[in-house]
Design a protein around this ligand. Structure first.
Ligand code: IMP
Length: 433
């Protein structure tokens, strides 16, 4: 009995939530292993739209236990807000939701630290402003990190905050005159209040998942963000602070990678990016340009921040890198219907840097910045394909485009999505297993 992973191979927002939702019936656990409430997952089910940020999207299926692994950073306010919203929407939340006692806690001083570094430093990354980076910094720094399990030990938590908060205040004051300052005891009281609501969900999820593996349960790993935002393997420093490729699964959940028998790499039929950083295939062609047409048709605005996403052509160099890095078995191509708005479609098959051909993804932004895309152009389909339910319903030009993507990445395309609803999905032969 194997485990599955759904991972984004671009800069996030690849519509992974829909694929996770399709797979839930074949699994017993759904596990998030990285990131926090910086992620935005939208799932449309029976005409109802659910937006999730911190909780795994698999929580929408009552048969699954949803796990927030140790590699995630947890803001209790967001956690409790999402639980409340889901309950209000009729989704039962009880012991089907667990959070690792080893996951790190986000505090308001993390959000302030990020605000100061993003707005007052001139060295901005274009982050989501959720305190993700500063929380991971404290995790690695160790003396300032606080984990979810510590919420259940009031005296210990107070002692820790009385040590950390004055240090944070000193740093904030040094960074900006009007910086927000915090009171350790007030923060402790606030978080102890959250602890009471979170208590039933807090557990050692590594022990839980190891037991599940022994009992031959099927695990589904849900990646957040995309592999090009991976802190080690993405377009550094314009990345997130966690291991958002499949490399994060082992450390972020405690489950050895050898348990993964199916790794589905999710890609959009084009590319998007939010925040700053190089994007070789970006269509930065103004309000009447193709980039804007794709943005409007694909509703490419951030789930978390509402920021317009930068849009561009599919980059096969970047995805070859992330597919290979992630040990990906097969591809799910999302939002193919969006490309109906263009006459011809382009795929980036290589880069040119300083007059030389480059066929790999340079992991440094200052080098990626210099890469010019080399395109292959194919005829578009220019018809609405949202009603297609099998490959043969698609125009020959769209099928050729899918074949070419698979060929360039070297993997089979087993799932094609032509709209947000579950039904708007074409399953290839292999994905029926
Ligand atoms: P952070 O994760 O908030 O620190 O942001 C770092 C970078 O990752 C920024 O460019 C964000 O826009 C990007 N990012 C973070 N989460 C997501 C996501 O879920 N989708 C797309 N981009 C994201």
């Amino acid at each position: 009995m194997g485990s599955t992973c759904v991972v984004g191979l671009q800069w996030g927002d690849e519509a992974k939530g829909k694929i996770v939702d399709l797979l839930t019936r074949d699994h017993d656990f759904v596990v998030r292993y990285n990131g926090g409430a910086n992620a935005g997952h939208t799932v449309v089910r029976d005409g109802k739209t659910y937006k999730l940020s911190l909780l795994p999207t698999g929580i929408l299926s009552p048969n699954l236990c949803a796990v927030i692994g140790n590699g995630v950073v947890v803001n209790p306010v967001r956690f409790l807000e999402e639980v409340k919203n889901l309950r209000a929407a009729g989704i039962a939340i009880g012991d089907n939701l667990v959070v690792s006692d080893h996951a790190h806690l986000i505090f308001p001083y993390h959000v302030e630290e990020e605000r100061l570094s993003e707005h007052d430093s001139g060295q901005t990354i274009g982050t989501t402003g959720r305190g993700i980076g500063p929380c991971y910094q404290d995790k690695v720094n160790r003396s300032n990190g606080i984990r979810v399990g510590e919420l259940l030990h009031p005296d210990h938590l107070r002692q820790r905050l009385r040590f950390i908060v004055p240090r944070k205040n000193t740093i904030h004051k040094a960074l900006a005159a009007g910086a927000k300052l915090f009171n350790a005891d007030a923060l402790c009281d606030e978080y102890l209040g959250y602890a009471e609501h979170m208590r039933p969900h807090i557990t050692n999820t590594t022990v839980l998942l190891h037991k599940a593996l022994r009992e031959k349960k099927r695990l589904l790993f849900e990646g957040a963000q995309g592999s090009l935002l991976d802190v080690d393997h993405g377009s550094y420093p314009f990345v997130t602070s966690s291991s958002s490729s499949t490399t994060g699964i082992w450390s972020g959940s405690g489950v050895p990678a050898r348990n993964l028998t199916r790794i589905i790499g999710v890609i959009k039929a084009y590319a998007t990016r939010v925040g700053r950083g190089p994007f070789p295939t970006e269509l930065d062609d103004g309000p009447a340009g193709l980039g804007e047409r794709i943005r409007q048709k694909g509703r490419e605005f951030g789930t978390v921040t509402g920021r317009p996403r930068r849009c561009g052509w599919f980059d096969a160099v970047a995805v070859r890198h992330t597919a290979s890095l992630g040990g990906v078995d097969e591809l799910a191509v999302m939002l193919l219907d969006v490309l109906s708005v263009v006459d011809d479609v382009k795929i980036c098959t290589g880069y040119e840097m300083d007059g030389k051909k480059v066929d790999f993804f340079p992991g440094d932004s200052f080098l990626l910045e210099k890469c010019r895309p080399v395109y292959e152009t194919m005829p578009g389909w220019k018809v609405d394909i949202a009603g297609a339910r099998k490959l043969t319903d698609l125009p020959a030009t769209a099928r050729r485009y899918l074949d070419r993507l698979g060929e360039l990445i070297g993997l089979p395309v087993t799932i094609v999505s032509v709209g947000p609803d579950r039904e708007q999905t074409i399953l290839g032969r292999e994905s029926a297993r």
